[in-house]
Design a protein around this ligand. Structure first.
Ligand code: B12
Ligand code: SF4
Ligand code: SF4
Length: 307
């Protein structure tokens, strides 16, 4: 927009989900459900501007945290997220680019952060992705690997635990979020939805009957069967529960090669004689070289753990 005059920045606050779920269930971040709602609210604001004759672009691909900081909406935490004085970091951020010339309120954006000597988020990050200077080492962050099209490195799969979408660890430990976290009620419904066994049992059907209820928690943008099955396979691998083996034997025959590869890893991680036999059978029929490699690695794993 060559004649752009103003960038409007807005926050949409939300309640994070409880991250303690029963065994056998996956967890996810509430950010993904909140984001489309914030975007919709921003669209409505956009209509006010277009009705007044201005040009707008809602949520253009620009780095919104820096704009939020510059506009005085909040300061950076060392976890690199923006903290609003009232809502903490549990906000989605949105922008409108417009040729309307709007007046600015007084801003307080002197200090970039008010974290002081605290480093709780850095210590809590399962992958040490937060550098000392408040910068995220992107390829160390679990969230980065969740939707990436690249093969997830094995050490990252191991750190995923039972996460299905998003990671809130560096926000949940933060003293600046204490007030919001205190208000959290246990979310029982989420435990009924992200059921790892259910996902694996119905993987063959492409989760047709499950997607709309899963979307209620991960948002419609991210409710993609392939991704949800991938994360469920990884969660099963991290479960220490060999009752997943027959289900993983099925997903080792899934049409998608990434799911077959991660299933082989998961079987190897669970280990034992049954796992070894399943892997040998899979190796006999597998034609994809990358999957074959994963099966061989997984077989080594079963030998290491059982010798
Ligand atoms: C790419 C991206 C990612 C990448 C990279 C994240 C990153 N930190 O850069 C990945 C996939 C890892 C990611 C993960 C997550 N993301 Co993200 N992500 C984005 C996206 C699309 C672009 C961010 C970007 O441009 N990064 C580039 C870097 C250079 O930007 P920067 O962090 O602002 O860099 C500044 C700081 O380093 C600062 N700085 C410099 N010196 C110092 C010194 C100190 C002491 C400090 C504190 C800061 C500081 O200056 C730099 C320049 O401004 C934005 C949306 C958007 N359009 O902006 C969402 C966004 C940042 N993500 C968001 C969220 C919620 C997350 C997750 C929490 C999701 C989840 N639950 O799993 C995690 C959190 C990980 C983390 N701790 O950052 C929200 C953040 C809301 C908030 N409260 O700030 C955004 C704004 C999406 C949205 N529209 O709401 N994300
Ligand atoms: S945990 Fe501590 S260092 Fe990290 S963002 Fe919160 S106050 Fe800042
Ligand atoms: S989102 Fe998770 S993995 Fe990423 S920086 Fe925060 S705690 Fe670390």
């Amino acid at each position: 927009m060559p004649d752009a005059k103003t960038i409007i920045v807005a926050v949409y606050p939300y309640q994070p989900f409880q991250q303690t779920v029963s065994q056998g269930y996956g967890r996810c971040s509430a950010h993904y459900l909140a984001y489309p709602k914030g975007k919709e609210a921003m669209k409505q604001l956009g209509v006010v501007l277009t009705d007044a004759g201005f040009e707008i672009k809602t949520d253009p691909p620009i780095p919104v945290k820096h704009l939020a900081y510059q506009s005085g909406l909040g300061k950076y935490g060392k976890n690199s997220l923006i903290y609003h004085p009232e809502f903490g970091s549990f906000i989605t951020l949105h922008t409108i680019l417009t040729n309307a010339e709007l007046e600015l309120d007084d801003m307080d954006s002197k200090e970039i952060t008010d974290c002081g000597s605290c480093r709780k988020c850095m210590d809590a990050c399962p992958t040490q992705a937060i550098a000392d200077d408040g910068i995220i080492v992107v390829d160390k962050c679990l969230r980065y690997h969740m939707l990436s099209s690249e093969t997830m490195p094995i050490h990252m799969r191991e750190k995923m635990g039972n996460r299905i979408l998003g990671c809130d660890d560096c926000q949940l430990v933060c003293p600046k979020n204490k007030k919001i976290i205190k208000q959290l009620k246990p979310l029982e419904k989420i435990q009924d939805i992200i059921d790892i066994k259910e996902i694996l049992i119905h993987a063959k059907t492409g989760l047709k009957k499950h997607m709309s209820s899963i979307a209620e928690f991960v948002g419609y943008n991210y409710a993609r069967p392939q991704k949800i099955i991938t994360m469920a396979v990884i969660a099963a691998g991290n479960s220490n529960d060999s009752s997943y083996l027959p289900l993983l034997a099925d997903t080792m025959q899934y049409p998608n090669s990434t799911i077959r590869a991660y299933s082989a890893w998961a079987v190897g991680k669970l280990g034992g004689d049954e796992a070894k036999n399943l892997l040998l059978t899979a190796l006999g029929r597998e034609r994809d070289l990358n999957v074959q490699e994963e099966i061989q690695l997984a077989l080594l794993n079963t030998e290491e753990c059982c010798s």
